[in-house]
Design a protein around this ligand. Structure first.
Ligand SMILES: C[S@@+](CC[C@H](N)C(=O)[O-])C[C@H]1O[C@@H](n2cnc3c(N)ncnc32)[C@H](O)[C@@H]1O
Length: 311
């Protein structure tokens, strides 16, 4: 084991400000901080990857990065939450211009947000717009039932503190420009994995709701973690799974004879936490090809003191 590199991982956090933010969502449990590691992982796969599958897509930062940076020829995103799904369906397979225009022309105030969010959406694109607004005005971007609307916001900017209409429009239209390479499927990620078990030359990035925080953060958080581990072990292709570092998950890693390593990140409350990366063989992480520019980039993008994230 490359001890230096592993201790490096345990002492530094990725500076998320150095990672291009491509998702229209600010997603609780989002994996922007993992992007430099994902680049290292996907570049280590030979032959070049035909497809990256993200069965628990959420804000899809990993899938989007892979598509934009040509780390996979094709990307497939799967998500069960129908509000989140409405956004991906509209951007990738629907009327993205309507959505971008609606975002650009909406006068966001506490009253207009309340009125909008009390409406019943008539169709997918209206639902997508309401979801984008909710994601921007609710505390922590949380879309689960019971999440509150922020009052003070940041820097005293109240409800508008996370509302960047021009940036959101640009992100949505940029994604739409490469939509011939990204496919969205609304449904159950576990069932999707089960259907694709035998596929070779594909890789799965698996980021399920975590065991501890999942219930508070997502509308759908009940996952059969044991079943997910059983399926992951049987996958014909490569996979990388992320989890909270809990005794339950450590036990599943050992029982499944999978490989795992801890990496450091900072959560939205700026608390440093260790997260688990799980795979069949994490040699790409312990013995990275140090001649690769991507490796130097990972060093450059890590910092012992994380800057504030502009999500
Ligand atoms: C940890 S989040 C993913 C975050 C994502 N990696 C990102 O960077 O934004 C987990 C996601 O899984 C979704 N989910 C929960 N159960 C699911 C299921 N059975 N099938 C597909 N998606 C599911 C949740 O709605 C949530 O969006």
């Amino acid at each position: 084991m490359n001890k230096d590199f592993v201790s490096f991982l345990a002492s530094r956090v990725v500076n998320v400000a150095s990672v291009p933010q491509r998702s229209p969502f600010r997603y609780p449990g989002g994996k922007t901080w993992l992007v430099p590691y994902v680049r290292l992982w996907l570049r280590s796969i030979t032959p070049p990857l035909r497809e990256l599958i993200e069965p628990f897509a959420g804000g899809s930062i990993v899938g989007l990065t892979a598509a934009f940076e040509n780390l996979a020829k094709k990307v497939t995103l799967i998500e069960l939450d129908s509000d989140v799904a409405s956004v991906w369906k509209t951007i990738l397979h629907g009327d993205v211009e309507w959505l971008a225009n609606r975002v650009g022309t909406f006068g966001l105030t506490p009253d207009s947000a309340r009125a909008l969010l009390n409406l019943r959406p008539r169709g997918t694109k209206e639902r997508a717009f309401m979801t984008i607004v909710r994601n921007r005005v609710q505390r922590g971007g949380i879309l689960a039932p019971g999440a509150g609307v922020m009052k003070e916001g940041e820097n005293g900017k109240g409800i508008r503190s996370r509302w960047y209409p021009t940036t959101l429009q640009r992100r949505m239209l940029d994604i739409a420009r490469i939509r011939n390479r990204i496919r969205f499927v609304e449904g159950d990620g576990l069932a999707y994995i089960e259907r694709k078990l035998q596929r070779k030359n594909v890789a799965f990035f698996i980021d399920p709701p975590y065991t501890v925080a999942g219930r508070r953060l997502y509308t759908h958080s009940d996952i059969d973690h044991e079943r997910l581990f059983r399926l992951a072990k049987r996958l014909g292709g490569e996979f990388l799974m992320t989890y909270d570092d809990s005794p339950e998950i450590r036990r599943l890693v050992i029982d499944s004879r999978l490989d795992c390593e801890t990496v450091l990140m900072k959560n939205t409350h700026n608390t440093k936490m260790l997260e688990l990366l799980i795979g069949r063989n994490l040699a790409w992480l312990r013995h990275p090809d140090t001649s690769q520019p991507i490796f130097r980039e990972l060093f450059a993008q890590t910092n012992s003191d994380l800057l504030d994230s502009p999500l």
